[in-house]
Ligand binder design. Structure first.
Ligand code: ADP
Length: 308
C-alpha cells in the first residue's frame, strides 16, 4: 500500500492556481523528492499532505488516513520539519526535546537522535547559541522525535556548509534504513540525486516529470563526452569506426569523442590496443541539474501579439 496517495490536488489563492491537479503516490520505505522553482507549489503540496492547508479539490491519504479529519492520528505517525522553524532564543536543546517528546505516545530516545545528528555536545546549549546548521539539525531531530513512519523534510540542508550537508545526508540514509519513508523537498539537485529513489518535478503547480534520478537524466539524452590528449597521433577514422561513437572533434591538442552506450569502454579499449595514453581524460555526462533546468525552463508564451 502506498504511504501517501494524492489524487487531483488543486489549491488556489485568489487568482493564483498554486497547485493545479497534482497526483502522486509515495511507496513505503522510499525517499521521494519534490523539486521545482520557487513558487512552483511544493510547500502547498506538502502542507496539504500534512493537513495544514485545505485543498480546493482532490483527495489525500496518508497511511490510509485523511490529513484533516484524522489529524490527531496522523500527527502521531507523520514527522514534519517546518521551514525555518523558530524556537524561543533562551530555550535549551534538552528542554525543547523533552517538550516535543511529551507530545507523542512513543517518542524516540532523543539523546541517540542528537548523537546521530552530530548535536550530542549541544544538549544544554541555548537555541540562540546554535549555528544555522545546528538549528537546522535540531529541526530534523524534532521532525523525528515522535518515531514517525513518514517524515516530510522541507529544505533540509538549506544554509548548511558542505560538510554539515553531507553529514545530514548520511543521517537521512540511516533514518531510511530504519524503515522510515521520507519525503524531501529540496532545491539542491546534488542532494536529490544522492538521496532520492524517485523525484517529482513541479513547475507552475503541475507535475513536469516523475522518475528516478537516472530516468530524469536520460530524458535529456544519454550522450557522453570524452576529452583527452592522445599521447601519440591517432587517426580519427579509428574512433569514428567504433560502434558507439557519434562524433569526433578537436579542440587544440584535445580530442573530443561523443557517443552513447559503451562509448567509454570502446574508446579506452582501442587506445589500449594502440598503446596510446589518454592524457588529462575527462568524461562529461548530463547531470540531474541539467535535466531539472531543461524540465523547468520557462518558455515564452505568446498571447495574441504580446509575449509575456
Ligand atoms: P514553493 O514551495 O514551490 O515555493 P508555494 O507552494 O509556497 O511554492 O507557492 C505556490 C504559489 O502559491 C506561489 O505563487 C505563492 O505566491 C502562492 N501562495 C502560497 N501560499 C500562499 C498564501 N497563503 N496566500 C496567497 N498565495 C500563496
Amino acid at each position: 500500500m502506498p504511504v501517501i496517495e494524492v489524487d487531483g490536488l488543486v489549491k488556489t489563492y485568489g487568482e493564483t492556481r498554486a497547485v493545479d491537479g497534482v497526483s502522486f503516490e509515495v511507496q513505503e520505505g522510499e525517499i521521494y523528492g519534490i523539486v521545482g522553482p520557487n513558487g512552483a507549489g511544493k510547500t502547498t503540496i506538502v502542507e496539504s499532505v500534512e493537513g495544514l492547508r485545505h485543498p480546493d479539490a482532490g483527495s489525500i491519504r496518508v497511511l490510509g488516513l485523511d490529513p484533516i479529519a484524522d489529524r490527531y492520528e496522523i500527527t502521531e505517525r507523520l514527522g514534519v520539519q517546518l521551514q525555518e522553524s523558530r524556537l524561543q532564543d533562551k530555550i535549551r536543546v534538552n528542554e525543547v526535546l523533552d517538550l516535543y517528546a511529551s507530545f507523542y505516545r512513543n517518542p524516540a530516545d532523543w539523546r541517540d537522535l542528537l548523537d546521530r545528528l552530530g548535536l550530542g555536545s549541544k544538549v544544554t546549549a541555548r537555541y540562540a547559541d546554535l549555528s544555522g546548521g545546528q538549528k537546522q539539525r535540531l529541526a530534523v531531530a524534532l521532525a523525528l522525535i515522535g518515531s514517525p513512519e513518514v517524515a516530510i523534510l522541507d529544505e533540509l540542508t538549506t544554509g548548511l556548509d558542505p560538510q554539515a550537508r553531507r553529514d545530514t545526508w548520511e543521517t537521512i540514509e540511516e533514518i531510511r534504513r530504519t524503515g522510515v519513508t521520507v519525503v524531501l523537498v529540496t532545491h539542491f539537485m546534488e542532494e536529490a540525486d544522492r538521496l532520492c529513489d524517485r523525484i517529482m518535478v513541479i513547475d507552475h503547480g503541475r507535475i513536469a516529470a516523475t522518475d528516478t534520478p537516472a530516468g530524469l537524466i536520460q530524458r535529456i539524452g544519454s550522450e557522453q563526452r570524452m576529452r583527452f590528449r592522445p599521447s601519440e597521433p591517432l587517426d580519427d577514422a579509428l574512433l569514428t569506426g567504433l560502434p558507439d561513437v557519434t562524433a569526433v572533434t578537436h579542440d587544440g591538442a584535445q580530442t573530443i569523442v561523443t557517443g552513447s552506450g559503451n562509448v567509454v569502454h570502446s574508446v579506452t579499449s582501442l587506445l589500449a590496443q594502440r598503446h596510446v595514453i589518454a592524457q588529462d581524460l575527462r568524461i562529461e555526462q548530463a547531470s540531474l541539474e541539467d535535466a531539472y533546468l531543461a524540465l523547468t525552463a520557462d518558455e515564452l508564451v505568446e498571447t495574441g501579439s504580446e509575449v509575456r
